[in-house]
Design a protein around this ligand. Structure first.
Ligand code: FAD
Length: 493
C-alpha cells in the first residue's frame, strides 16, 4: 500500500531501477436527499440501505439505482467520499486521504475518470534526481549513496520469502530488517540510510511501525494494479462527483444499530429508523472495531474474530501551500529527509505541477512518530514541517500561506487510515471473513473486505462492485453513466 498509500513499488523503483462533493454538498441535487431531509422513513420494503458514502458505498448506491433497484446511502459526515477527501487548501484541491491511482490498468477509478473526460497524470514519486538530505551529517545525500539504498530495497524485497521461512511469518518487519542489515556488512552512514529506506518503505505502505508489522502482513497487504502510479486530474473529486450523481443519499446520518431478520432490515440512525430488504455496511474497519454500530443479532464469531484481529493503520498528511516553490532544484521537487528522529516526515511530495503551478508540498507521517505528535496542535506540526522544508531547501523562502494537517486516527468515522494485518491475523482469510455476508440480508463492503486490494481506493470500489453483483446477480456494475465497471471496464456499454 506504498504510494497509498505511498507506492511501495515506486519507492523501490525510485531508489531502484536506476535507479466533495467530496467537499460538502456539491453533488447534483435531485439525486439524493439533502442533509436537511426527512427524519421519518418512507422507503419501500425492497430498498437496499447502504451505510457509508465512501468509494465502496457510492459505487453500490449508483449501480443499484442505475439497475432500477431502490437504494439509499446513509452517511454520517456532512460530505461525501469518506477517506477520499479532496479539500481545497489555499485554493488548490488536494486529496487528504486516497491520492494515488495505484495502477491504471483494470482500475475502476481510471475507467470512471476517463469516462467523465477527467483523466490522470503520471505521479511516480521518486527518482534518483530526488533531493535527499541527511539531518545528522547536515548534508545532501550524494546520488551514489542514494543508489546504494536502491540496491538494498530491491535485495531486501527479494529476500522476504527466505526471511519469512527463517524467522516465521509472524516475525516483525523490524526483526527482518535488522537481520538483513546485520548480514549486509554496510558501514555508516550507508547502514543508517538503508534502514531508513527499508523502514520508510514498510511504514508508509502499511502505515504502521515496522515493529508491529508482521512479515505476513507485508506479503498479504493489498496490491497495486499494473500501469504505474498516477494522480487524478484535479484530485479524486471528479470520481466522487460522478458516483454521487447517480446515488440517493442522506448525509449527517450516523448509524448506531442494524437489525436483520428473515423479513427485512432495520437501521437506527441519528435521524430516525430506516427499513429495507438488505443493508450493505461499508464503514471503515476502525468503526467496526470500536463497536460504534450494534448488530442484532450479534455478528457471527468468524467475522467478529476477523474484526478483532485486523487493525487500522495511521497515515497522516501535512499540506503546505507557498507563494514560492523555493525547495525546487533542477531535479524533481520531491524530497527525502533522514531525520535525527526516527519516522519524522521521511518524504515530501511536490504537488506543484498537479496544482496548476501553485507551490504545494505534502509531508507524510505514521507509526510511533505519528502517535508521539498526535497531541500537538496543527500549528505546531505545520511549523515543524515548514522548518524542515527550510532545512532541505537550497535557499530560504517565505512562510507557508496555508496549511492543513489530517487527523484520520482520531476521526470518529475512520479511526485510522486503512486496514492492515496484525501478527495475530490470518491475513487474506480475515479480509474474506470480513466481506462474507451474514445470512441473506446483511452484506459488507469497503477496502478492508477486499482480499487482494485492501487499503486502496480500487480495493474499495471493487468491493462495492462485488456486493452489487451479489445483490443483482450480474457481472460488473453498470453505473448511471452507462459505464460497466469491474476489474476493467466496458466503455461501450
Ligand atoms: C491518508 C490516507 C492516504 C491514502 N492514500 C491512498 C492512495 O494514495 N491510494 C489509494 O488507492 N488508497 C489510499 N488510501 C486508502 C483509500 O483512501 C481507502 O482505501 C478508500 O478510500 C476506502 O473507501 P471505503 O469506501 O472502503 O471507506 P470510506 O471511504 O471510509 O467510506 C466509509 C464511509 O462510512 C462513513 N461512516 C462511518 N461510520 C458511520 C456510521 N456510524 N454511520 C454512517 N456512516 C458512517 C464514513 O464517514 C465514510 O464516508 C489512503 C487513505 C488514507 C487515510
Amino acid at each position: 500500500m506504498t504510494p497509498r498509500r505511498f507506492p511501495r513499488r515506486d519507492f523501490i523503483r525510485m531508489l531502484g531501477a536506476g535507479a466533495a462533493a467530496t467537499a460538502a454538498g456539491t453533488w447534483a441535487p435531485g439525486c439524493g436527499s439533502s442533509a436537511t431531509g426527512p427524519t421519518t422513513d418512507s422507503g419501500s420494503p425492497d430498498r437496499v440501505l447502504v451505510i457509508g458514502a465512501g468509494a465502496a458505498g457510492l459505487v453500490i448506491g449508483n449501480a443499484l439505482r442505475a439497475a432500477g433497484r431502490e437504494a439509499l446511502v446513509l452517511e454520517a459526515r456532512d460530505r461525501l467520499g469518506g477517506r477520499v477527501w479532496s479539500r481545497d487548501v489555499g485554493g488548490v484541491p488536494v486529496d487528504l486521504g486516497g491520492m494515488w491511482i495505484s495502477g491504471s490498468e483494470g482500475n475502476p477509478a481510471t475507467c470512471i475518470l476517463n469516462h467523465e473526460g477527467i483523466g490522470w497524470e503520471s505521479a511516480e514519486p521518486f527518482g534518483l534526481d530526488t533531493k535527499a538530505y541527511d539531518a545528522v551529517l547536515q548534508r545532501e545525500i550524494p546520488i551514489e549513496e542514494l543508489a546504494g539504498v536502491a540496491v538494498v530495497l530491491v535485495e531486501f524485497e527479494e529476500q522476504i520469502p527466505s526471511l519469512t521461512r527463517e524467522l516465521g511469518p509472524r516475525a516483525s518487519m523490524a526483526e527482518a530488517i535488522n537481520v538483513y542489515l546485520d548480514r549486509s556488512g554496510l558501514g555508516e552512514p550507508a547502514r543508517r540510510y538503508a534502514e531508513l529506506g527499508l523502514r520508510t518503505q514498510v511504514e508508509t505502505d502499511i502505515a504502521q511501525q515496522s515493529e508491529l508489522v508482521p512479515l505476513l502482513s507485508f506479503e498479504a497487504s493489498g496490491s497495486a494494479l499494473p500501469g504505474g502510479e498516477h494522480f487524478p486530474n484535479g484530485s479524486y473529486r471528479g470520481m466522487v462527483q460522478a458516483l454521487a450523481r447517480g446515488a440517493d443519499m442522506q448525509l449527517d446520518t450516523v448509524v448506531s444499530r442494524i437489525e436483520h431478520t428473515d423479513d427485512g432490515v432495520s437501521v437506527e440512525t441519528s435521524r430516525g429508523t430506516y427499513t429495507g430488504s438488505h443493508v450493505v455496511v461499508t464503514v471503515p474497519l476502525g468503526v467496526l472495531k470500536a463497536g460504534a454500530i450494534e448488530f442484532s443479532p450479534a455478528l457471527p464469531t468468524p467475522k467478529q474474530v476477523a474484526i478483532d484481529r485486523m487493525a487500522m493503520a495511521q497515515l497522516e498528511k501535512v499540506v503546505l501551500r507557498y507563494d514560492d516553490a523555493f525547495w525546487q532544484t533542477a531535479g524533481s521537487g520531491n524530497l527525502l529527509y533522514a531525520s535525527q528522529t526516527q519516522g519524522e516526515f521521511p518524504f515530501f511530495v511536490d504537488y506543484t505541477q498537479y496544482a496548476g503551478g501553485a507551490p504545494t508540498l505534502l509531508a507524510f507521517y505514521c507509526g510511533d512518530f505519528g502517535r508521539a505528535i498526535a497531541s500537538q496542535t496543527d500549528e505546531a506540526i505545520a511549523a515543524r514541517v515548514g522548518a524542515i522544508v527550510e532545512e532541505l531547501a537550497p535557499r530560504s523562502g517565505p512562510a507557508p500561506t496555508n496549511a492543513f494537517v489530517t487527523r484520520w486516527k482520531s476521526d470518529p468515522y475512520a479511526l485510522g487510515s486503512y486496514a492492515y494485518f496484525t501478527p495475530d491475523s490470518a491475513g487474506a482469510a480475515d479480509a474474506r471473513a470480513l466481506g462474507t455476508p451474514v445470512g441473506e440480508r446483511l452484506l459488507f463492503a469497503g477496502e478492508a473486505t477486499s482480499v487482494e486490494y485492501n487499503g486502496y481506493v480500487h480495493g474499495a470500489l471493487l468491493s462495492g462492485i462485488r456486493e452489487t453483483e451479489r445483490l443483482l446477480g450480474t457481472q460488473g456494475a453498470r453505473l448511471d453513466s452507462g459505464l460497466v465497471v469491474g476489474l476493467g471496464c466496458d466503455e461501450e456499454a
